[in-house]
Design a protein around this ligand. Sequence first.
Ligand SMILES: Nc1ncnc2c1ncn2[C@@H]1O[C@H](COP(=O)(O)OP(=O)(O)O)[C@@H](O)[C@H]1O
Ligand SMILES: [Mg+2]
Length: 314
Amino acid sequence: MSDYAVEITDLQKTYKATKSSPEKKALHNVNLNIEKGSIFGLLGPNGAGKSTIINIMAGLTVKSSGSVKIWDIDIDQNPRNARSAIGVVPQEITFDPFFTPAQVLDIQAGLYGVPKQERRTMELLKMIRLEDKANAWARSLSGGMRRRLMVAKAMVHTPPVLVLDEPTAGVDIELRRELWDNVKRLNKRGMTILLTTHYLEEAQELCDQIAIINHGEVIACEDKEAILARIDNKEIHFRMTEPFKTIPEQLKTYAPERSGRRTLIFRYSPKDLEMDTLMSAIHDAGLRIADISTDESDLEDVFLQLTRRDDEAA
Ligand SMILES: Nc1ncnc2c1ncn2[C@@H]1O[C@H](COP(=O)(O)OP(=O)(O)O)[C@@H](O)[C@H]1O
Ligand SMILES: [Mg+2]
């Protein structure tokens, strides 16, 4: 057995052209390995390709090329078993309002061929704290209860991997907290969790590992700590008195970026480099500083920085 709950290799997806829209290349060459037992966040703006990845994993969308393994099971070689290894909570809440929560779970278990004596309807309802609503009309449930019911529904066949597509999009703060607590609790019990989000805060709060995806490409995939370490980075802009043509040799070790004809941008971690050292180096390089401005970066900046670089390359 591999250490990975999910292995995605060279995944590509092109949606075919229709009468009303041209062909759309949604995934370029996606590689992702998701460790067993982790909470993995797939972070990216709308249209990045997050749902496409999830839908391919769930067997709802047909990939163009590449391979996907879930719990060591290849989705092409053994689609049935692969499908039973994941539970997917889709972006949209959909269920028939005329069923009760107990019925919703029972019907879903039936669809997955879970034998009656192995069904965990009450256990799941307890887990999502809906046991006293077991026989209430689903339409009488609050928004939060409905979302919890969707999570339970994805778990009727006891999959080792739970996938949540934008679990808190358009949800108020309180409900978001509640869903986060639920996700953490499930993970503590041993579930591997993959979630997509376009909220940086959500990825930061929940995930051990974060992949950033934009325009169908993974542009970063790191431990949360590594991403957070970047936040610790400072950005400082030096505008010089005179324009300069190239970055002076003495400054290259600091890997500055040129901006316009007169400005150098340095990114550094205050614990690794003192401002004094940097200013001396600039002085030694024969440049004279006209103006200094600093910028404390946060996750939003890291995200923008990464996605902007990707936009430029595209
Ligand atoms: N069924 C489809 N047919 C054609 N294009 C699609 C379809 N589904 C998604 N797309 C396009 O593929 C891209 C990725 O979409 P999606 O995976 O839904 O992104 P995300 O979930 O990150 O918002 C978008 O440009 C979207 O318009
Ligand atoms: Mg989506």
